[in-house]
Design a protein around this ligand. Structure first.
Ligand SMILES: [Zn+2]
Length: 548
C-alpha cells in the first residue's frame, strides 16, 4: 500500500521513496516509468510559481440525460479528488510568457469528456483566441462520458470547431498526450495540435486495447499504441521528457512570436534540449570534382556534408518535428523549426545518412510518400505562422517500391507541387548534393532555387538516361556530359538563381565556411521579402515556374 513515505511504481511494482520520485518529477528512479500526475502538480511543473489563474471554475453540474445516480457520483468524485471536473483550464506564465493551459485529470472519472469538460475547453480556447494567446493542453482521457450519451459525443465537434477558429487567427495550439489518451478525445482536441507532444510510454489510441479485443477479438502486440509507436507512425511530433517539458513549451511560445528580440530572450532564459541528429565528425577528404561525371560521383559520397552539418552553422537552434499524421515518420526528410539570426524559420531537409545503419534508417535519402506529406504539413504550418521556409534538397529520388506505390507516391509529390506553388511565405531551396527528379522537385518549389558548386539536378540519373535513350546504362558518364546537370549548366538555363561556393569542395574542412556563407546569403534572401505581402510572394513564385 502507498504511504506517506513510499508509493508503488505502476511498472516495476517496487515500493519507492515518495520524496525521491517527486523530486524526479514523478518518474520512478528504479525503472524510469512515469507516474500519472495530479493537476496541481502538473501546473507546478510547467507554470511559473503562483502564476496560474483558473478560469470557468463554477460551471453548473450537467446531467443532460437525467442519468440516475450520475449527480451523486459526480459529487462523490469531487469530494474524493478535490477537483470539480475532469479538466482544469486557465492562464499562466511560462518563463514570463503568457499562455493558456488546460490539464485533464485521470482521477476524475478517467478524464472522460462530458458537457462541462467540452465547455471548459471550448471557452478556454475561445478566450485564448480573444486574448491572442497560445494554448497548451495536457490530454488524458478514457474517452467520452457515457452517462451523458450523445451530448458527450457533440463535445468532440464543439472543441474541434473552437480550435479551428483559434488556428485561423494564426495562434498556436499544442497538445501534450499523457497516459492514457484514448477514445473521443483522441478523435478531437488531442490530435489537432499544431505541435503534438507525448510523454514517454503513454498509452495513446482511438480504441483502447480492451475495446479492440471485445469488438474484433484481436489481441494487441506489445508496445502497440504507446507514445513511441505513435512517433514512429508519424502521428506525433516528439516525445518530451518531463525535465524538458517547460523548456519545450517556452521554445514553442518564442518561435511562434513574430517580434524583434524573441530569440535573445529565449537564449537568456532557457537552454533548450534539442534533437539535432548526431553529427559524425570523422570524414575523409574528397578530391575536387571537375567534370559533370566527377560531380555525379562526388555528390554520391557518404562523406559529403549533409544538410544537418550546414544547419549547425546556419541556425542557432533547431528542434525537429516528426510525422505526417497519417502513416509514419520518414527519416529521409528532416523538418522542424529553427532560429536564423533571431528570426524563426521552418527547415526541411533530405538526409541520406553517414554510415550503413543511418543510411538504412534514412532509406539512403529516398523519401516515401509520408516524407513528402510531413514536409508539406510543416510547410503549411510555416505559412500559418508566417515563417519563411528553407529547404535543403539532396536525394537520389523518391523511393520506388511497392509500399511507396500503395501509399500514393505520385499523389504525394503532386500535392507538394500544388501546395508549394501557393505558399504565402518566402521559400528558398538549396540543392546541396544530388537533385534526383520529381523526388527532389517535391521540396524544391521555391521563390529562389540555389545549388552548391558541385551539386547536380536532373530529370533522372545518368544511368537511367543512358539506359532509356541509348539502351546502355554503362554510358552513364557520356550521359552526364550531355544532360546539363551541373550548377553551372542550370544557372545558364535559368533553372537556378545562385551558386553556393564550396571553397575547394564540400567536406569537413569547408563545411563551416560554406555554412557561414549560406547563413549570410539566406539572411539577404529573407530581407528581400520584408514588407511584401503573402499574395505577392506566392505570385512571384508562380511566375518563376510559369516562365519555364
Ligand atoms: Zn518503477
Amino acid at each position: 500500500m502507498d504511504s506517506e513515505f513510499e508509493i508503488k511504481c505502476p511498472k516495476c511494482k517496487k515500493m519507492v521513496n515518495r520524496d525521491r520520485v517527486v523530486k524526479k518529477k514523478y518518474v520512478c528512479y528504479e525503472c524510469g516509468a512515469y507516474f500519472r500526475v495530479k493537476t496541481t502538480n502538473r501546473i507546478r511543473m510547467v507554470a511559473d510559481l503562483k502564476s496560474f489563474t483558473p478560469w470557468f471554475e463554477d460551471m453548473p453540474v450537467s446531467n443532460p440525460l437525467n442519468y440516475e445516480g450520475y449527480e451523486e457520483k459526480l459529487a462523490e468524485t469531487r469530494e474524493k479528488t478535490g477537483a470539480d471536473e475532469a479538466v482544469t483550464v486557465g492562464q499562466c506564465k511560462v518563463f514570463g510568457e503568457d499562455a493558456v493551459l488546460g490539464i485533464c485529470e485521470t482521477r476524475f472519472m478517467m478524464g472522460s469528456m462530458g458537457h462541462v469538460v467540452g465547455e471548459k475547453i471550448t471557452r478556454a480556447i475561445e478566450k485564448a483566441t480573444e486574448l491572442k494567446l497560445p494554448v497548451f493542453l495536457f490530454c488524458c482521457s478514457g474517452g467520452a462520458r457515457m452517462q451523458e450519451g450523445i451530448i458527450s459525443l457533440m463535445q468532440m465537434a464543439k472543441t474541434s470547431a473552437a480550435i479551428k477558429k483559434h488556428g485561423e487567427a494564426g495562434l498556436l495550439y499544442c497538445t501534450i498526450l499523457t497516459d492514457p489518451t484514448t477514445g473521443g478525445v483522441t478523435a478531437s482536441f488531442a490530435m489537432l495540435g499544431d505541435v503534438i507532444m507525448a510523454e514517454p510510454g503513454a498509452l495513446i489510441g482511438f480504441a483502447g486495447p480492451r475495446v479492440i479485443k471485445q469488438t474484433i477479438g484481436q489481441e494487441l502486440p506489445e508496445g502497440f499504441q504507446t507514445a513511441e509507436f505513435l512517433l514512429e507512425h508519424g502521428f506525433i511530433d516528439g516525445i518530451v521528457r518531463r525535465e524538458n517539458l517547460k523548456k519545450t513549451i517556452y521554445f514553442l511560445i518564442k518561435t511562434h512570436q513574430c517580434r524583434e528580440g524573441s530569440y535573445a530572450e529565449f537564449r537568456k532564459d532557457a537552454e533548450i534540449h534539442f534533437e539535432l541528429n548526431e553529427i559524425l565528425k570523422e570524414r575523409s577528404w574528397l578530391t575536387l570534382p571537375r567534370t559533370a561525371w566527377e560531380k555525379v560521383k562526388a555528390v554520391r559520397q557518404v562523406e559529403r556534408p549533409a544538410a544537418t552539418d550546414y544547419m549547425e552553422y546556419i541556425f542557432d537552434t533547431f528542434v525537429e518535428a516528426h510525422g505526417d499524421r497519417y502513416f509514419q515518420d520518414d527519416a529521409a526528410i528532416v523538418g522542424g523549426v529553427a532560429f536564423l539570426g533571431g528570426q524563426p524559420v521552418t527547415v526541411i531537409a533530405d538526409v541520406k545518412g553517414k554510415d550503413m545503419k543511418e543510411c538504412q534508417k534514412r532509406n539512403f535519402g529516398m523519401p516515401m510518400p509520408e516524407g513528402y506529406r510531413k514536409a508539406l504539413r510543416l510547410m503549411k504550418q510555416a505559412e500559418k505562422f508566417n515563417r519563411p521556409i528553407i529547404s535543403f534538397v539532396n536525394t537520389p529520388g523518391a523511393f520506388c517500391g511497392i509500399e511507396a506505390e500503395e501509399r500514393g507516391q505520385g499523389e504525394a509529390i503532386a500535392r507538394n507541387l500544388l501546395e508549394m506553388s501557393a505558399l504565402k511565405v518566402p521559400v528558398l531551396c538549396i540543392l546541396i548534393g544530388e537533385g534526383g527528379s520529381g523526388g527532389a522537385l517535391a521540396t524544391a518549389v521555391g521563390n529562389e532555387v540555389w545549388m552548391m558548386e558541385n551539386a547536380t539536378y536532373s530529370i533522372l540519373s545518368p544511368e537511367g538516361f543512358a539506359s532509356i535513350l541509348w539502351k546502355d546504362s554503362n554510358k552513364a558518364q557520356e550521359a552526364s556530359e550531355v544532360m546539363n546537370i551541373t550548377a553551372q549548366d542550370l544557372k545558364r538555363l535559368g533553372v537556378i538563381e545562385e551558386i553556393v561556393p564550396e571553397f575547394g569542395g564540400a567536406d569537413k574542412k569547408s563545411v563551416e565556411a560554406i555554412g557561414e556563407y549560406m547563413k549570410e546569403h539566406i539572411k539577404l534572401f529573407l530581407e528581400k521579402y520584408q514588407g511584401i505581402t503573402g499574395e505577392e510572394i506566392a505570385e512571384q513564385r508562380y511566375q518563376r515556374f510559369r516562365n519555364f
